[in-house]
Design a protein around this ligand. Structure first.
Ligand SMILES: Nc1ccnc(=O)[nH]1
Length: 440
C-alpha cells in the first residue's frame, strides 16, 4: 500500500521516539494544553459561588498539587519511551489496559466535541462581527478539520504548532486582561460577596481543579515520552500546566465576577460575555487558539489509545476516523449543559485508575516497564492485575460515594488518589510473591 509521507508515522514503540522536546517546547505544550476554553469555564464556575481570592487560592493550590501525579506519569513516559495507555498494560494486564484505553478514547473525544463547539462559536462570532456572515455548524466543522489536519502530521506537527500558538494565545490573553482592567475596576472583585449560583462549595471547587489536572494524566506520557530528559519532562510540564491553570481559570473567574458585578447573565459562552464589554474579537481569538492547541492533543491521544487497543493499525487510519467522529460529534445539541457532571465523572473514573499506575511504578517496582509491554499477551512482571482492578473498583466507588452521596469538605479527588494507591501498594506487596528483580 502507498504510504503518504506527509502523514505522521507515530508508533507505540519506544524505538521510534526521537526526543524532540526541549524545555521551552515542553513548557509551551502544557501551557497550550491547559489554556483552553473548558478550563476557562471551570474558572467561571467558581465565582461568584466562592469569594474571588478563595477561588484563586484553590486554583493555585489545587493545580500545584494536582500536577504532581501528572508529572509523575509524564516522567514514566520519558523514561520508558512508551505512551500512557501502553504503560497501563503493566499494572492492569493487556485486557484491563484495553478497557481503560477505550474509556480514555471516549473521554478524549468528548473533550474534543465540547471544545470544537466552543471554538466554532468563537470563530463564528469573529467572522460575524467583521463580515456579518454567520454559520455555526460550518465554523465548528472548519475548526475541527484544521485540528485533524494537524494531528495527521503526528507529534512533530503538534509540537511545532504548539510553540507559536501558545505564544499568540498568551499575548491575546494578556490583551484581554489588560482591556478588562482598563474598562472595569477589577479590584472590586476582591470585595465581591460570595453568592451560591452553581452549587460550588470549597470542596467541589478543589475537586474540579484537581480533576482538571488529573484529566490530563491519561495523555501525559504520550507527549512527554518525546522529552529530551527527565528534568525537562518534570519542570516543563509542571510549570506549563500550573501557569496555564492560573491564567485560564483566572480569566474565567475574572470574567464571571465582572459579569455578575455588572448585572449580566452568567453564560457558557465566554465570547458573548466579553463582547458585552466591547472586545469580543480578541477574546474570540483567544478561545479559537486555545481550542486548536488543546484539541490536537486530545485527538492525538485518542488515536494512540485506539492503537493500544488494536496495535497493528497505522497511525493515520485511526487518526482520520477519530478525527471525523470529532468533526461531526461537535454538532450534537446540548453537550455543553453536561460539562460540570462530565468533569466530576472523569475525576471519579481516572483518579483511581492512575493512582494504581503511579503506585505500581514508583512504589511496587519498575520491573516489566519496557518494550515487551507492546507484545506480551500476559501481564509482564508481577501478576498484579486482579489487585489493580480490585483497588480501582474500590477507589471508583469511594469517588462516586464522596462526590454524589456524601461530599467531603475538601473534595474526593485527593483522598481517593491516596487511598487507592495505598490499597494497591499494600495488596501488591503482601499478596504477590513473585521474586523481585530490581530494576537499575
Ligand atoms: N484533559 C483535558 C482537559 C481539558 N481539555 C481536554 O481536551 N482535555
Amino acid at each position: 500500500m502507498k504510504t503518504n509521507y506527509s502523514f505522521g508515522r507515530d508508533t507505540l514503540s519506544a524505538k521510534d521516539v526521537k526526543h524532540s522536546l526541549g524545555l521551552s517546547g515542553t513548557f509551551a505544550l502544557w501551557l497550550g494544553a491547559n489554556v483552553v476554553v473548558t478550563t476557562i469555564l471551570t474558572g467561571m464556575l467558581l465565582v461568584p459561588d466562592l469569594n474571588f481570592s478563595i477561588a484563586m487560592s484553590s486554583v493555585a493550590i489545587g493545580s500545584i498539587i494536582g500536577a504532581i501525579p501528572l508529572v509523575l506519569v509524564g516522567l514514566m513516559g520519558q523514561r520508558t519511551g512508551l505512551p500512557s495507555m501502553v504503560l497501563t498494560r503493566r499494572a492492569y494486564g493487556p485486557i484491563g489496559s484495553r478497557a481503560i484505553s477505550l474509556v480514555n478514547m471516549c473521554v478524549l473525544i468528548a473533550w474534543s466535541w465540547i471544545q470544537a463547539l466552543l471554538a466554532g462559536m468563537s470563530l463564528n462570532y469573529a467572522i460575524e462581527s467583521t463580515t456579518g456572515y454567520s454559520n455555526l455548524p460550518l465554523m465548528t466543522i472548519l475548526c475541527e478539520v484544521v485540528v485533524v489536519l494537524i494531528v495527521l502530521r503526528g507529534h512533530i506537527g503538534i509540537e511545532r504548532v504548539e510553540r507559536w500558538a501558545a505564544l499568540v494565545m498568551m499575548g491575546l490573553a494578556a490583551l484581554v486582561l489588560y482591556q478588562l482592567n482598563k474598562h472595569y475596576d477589577v479590584s472590586m472583585l476582591l470585595d465581591m460577596p460570595a453568592e451560591n449560583r452553581n452549587g460550588i462549595t470549597l470542596g467541589i471547587a478543589f475537586d474540579i481543579v484537581i480533576a482538571t489536572a488529573f484529566s490530563w494524566i491519561s495523555s501525559s506520557a504520550d507527549y512527554n515520552r518525546n522529552c529530551k530528559s527527565g528534568v525537562i519532562a518534570v519542570w516543563g510540564t509542571w510549570a506549563g500546566y500550573v501557569l496555564a491553570a492560573i491564567v485560564a481559570m483566572g480569566l474565567g473567574a475574572v470574567v464571571s465576577g465582572l459579569s455578575v458585578l455588572n448585572g449580566m447573565d452568567q453564560t457558557y459562552d465566554p465570547t458573548r460575555l466579553l463582547s458585552g464589554f466591547g472586545f469580543g474579537l480578541p477574546a474570540a481569538l483567544v478561545i479559537f487558539f486555545s481550542v486548536m492547541t488543546t484539541n490536537v492533543m486530545a485527538v492525538y491521544s485518542a488515536t494512540l489509545s485506539c492503537m493500544n487497543v488494536a496495535p497493528s493499525m497505522t497511525f493515520w487510519k485511526p487518526a482520520l476516523v477519530i478525527g471525523m467522529v470529532t468533526v461531526f460529534g461537535a454538532l450534537i445539541p446540548g453537550i455543553l449543559d453536561q460539562f460540570q457532571n462530565f468533569l466530576l465523572i472523569i475525576g471519579a473514573l481516572f483518579i483511581p485508575a492512575f493512582s494504581v499506575m503511579v503506585a505500581d511504578y514508583y512504589l511496587v517496582g519498575k520491573e516489566g516497564y519496557d518494550e515487551g509491554l507492546l507484545t506480551a499477551t500476559q501481564q509482564q512482571g508481577r501478576s498484579t492485575a486482579f489487585i489493580a482492578i480490585g483497588s480501582y473498583l474500590i477507589g471508583a466507588t469511594l469517588a462516586a460515594y464522596w462526590t454524589l452521596l456524601d461530599p467531603l469538605p475538601f473534595g474526593a479527588s485527593l483522598p481517593v488518589f491516596i487511598i487507592t494507591g495505598a490499597l494497591y501498594w499494600l495488596g501488591a506487596s503482601v499478596l504477590v510473591k513473585t521474586p523481585v528483580e530490581s530494576y537499575k
